[in-house]
Design a protein around this ligand. Structure first.
Ligand code: AMP
Ligand code: MN
Ligand code: MN
Ligand code: MN
Length: 288
């Protein structure tokens, strides 16, 4: 069975619509897919409708990827099998969207200050481009990165993060995300499982990755992501071992954002035998 518990749509920083995403997942042989957009659940309803409309043999897991702050780092907490209509969770996600809006204004002001004048950007014109790209949905740094790319200011998305938008970038604005434990509590109160996303992809030293995993376990987190995109076997075993040591379950996901040669829906290494998959006691019956 092909299980992918981390993916994005245009409702946050992905490029496919919810309908296009479920069609592609099904086409790639995925049996179970979680949509986990950044701080929003708005893709879930259209995705459910599309599965019914196209009679897809795909089980959709209601998910979300919540941005949090921990020791100055931005850490992502995935919620799986959440009740996406639970009022407290909905309120918390609205608050996170406000944080995104406020951060976007700050980034735009900083960018206007640091970009060479010859590009003719002001905070207002940058915001205009970003809002066009976000199309009324969740505003992401990816929308800023695309704006910089289109203007020829950077050659690659990664360069936009390294030079301007990342933690060490010239236009970085520290957002007021909620804490890791607030995210875990909100996910669990909405009936879901809390999963620490891609622990080895935060640019943290190994010692800090372990601290983060232990912290996550101490605060009632359920699992960590062990199966990640573009992964070698060493990283897989390392993460599986961290999960085992902290008595946490294991999750896996492609973190699919767009069609590219780097990632594909459902494309993951199998979890090591000694892992306890997060889905072992889930109902995985296909609806169609
Ligand atoms: P945001 O959620 O607005 O803070 O934007 C973060 C998103 O940018 C991540 O979820 C990734 O999809 C994307 N991204 C791409 N490259 C980087 C990078 N070097 N650092 C952080 N985020 C990146
Ligand atoms: Mn993303
Ligand atoms: Mn993430
Ligand atoms: Mn993600």
């Amino acid at each position: 069975m092909k299980i992918d518990l981390h993916s994005h749509t245009k409702c946050s920083d992905g490029e496919l619509s919810p309908e296009e995403l479920v069609l592609r997942a099904s086409n790639k042989g995925v049996d179970v897919l979680a949509i986990t957009d950044h701080d929003t659940v708005s893709a879930l309803e259209p995705a459910r409708d599309a599965i019914i409309k196209h009679k897809l043999p795909l089980k959709l897991v209601a998910g979300v990827e919540i941005s949090t702050r921990w020791h100055g780092f931005e850490i992502h907490v995935v919620g799986l099998n959440i009740d996406d209509k639970q009022p407290e969770l909905v309120a918390l996600l609205t608050q996170q969207q406000n944080t995104r809006d406020k951060r976007a204004e700050k980034i735009a002001v900083k960018l206007a200050r640091v970009l060479p004048e010859s590009y003719g950007f002001t905070a207002e014109t940058i915001m205009q481009k970003v809002l066009e790209k976000a199309q009324g949905q969740s505003i992401s740094r990816v929308h800023f990165a695309k704006t910089l790319l289109e203007a020829g200011i950077v050659d690659r998305m990664q360069q936009a993060f390294d030079k301007y938008l990342g933690r060490k970038g010239k236009a970085y604005a520290a957002p007021e995300w909620i804490s890791v434990e607030q995210a875990i509590a909100a996910i669990k109160a909405a009936g879901g499982h809390a999963v620490l996303a891609h622990p080895t992809r935060y640019d943290l030293k190994n010692k800090w990755v372990r601290k983060l995993v232990d912290y996550f376990a101490e605060h009632q987190g359920d699992a960590i992501e062990v199966g990640l995109p573009r992964q070698n076997n060493n990283e897989l075993i390392q993460l599986a071992t961290y999960a085992q040591q902290a008595k946490l379950k294991s999750s896996q996901g492609s973190d699919f954002h767009r069609v590219s040669s780097y990632t594909e829906l459902g494309s993951l290494l199998p979890l090591p035998e000694f892992c306890e998959p997060i889905w072992t006691d889930w109902q995985l019956v296909n609806p169609a």
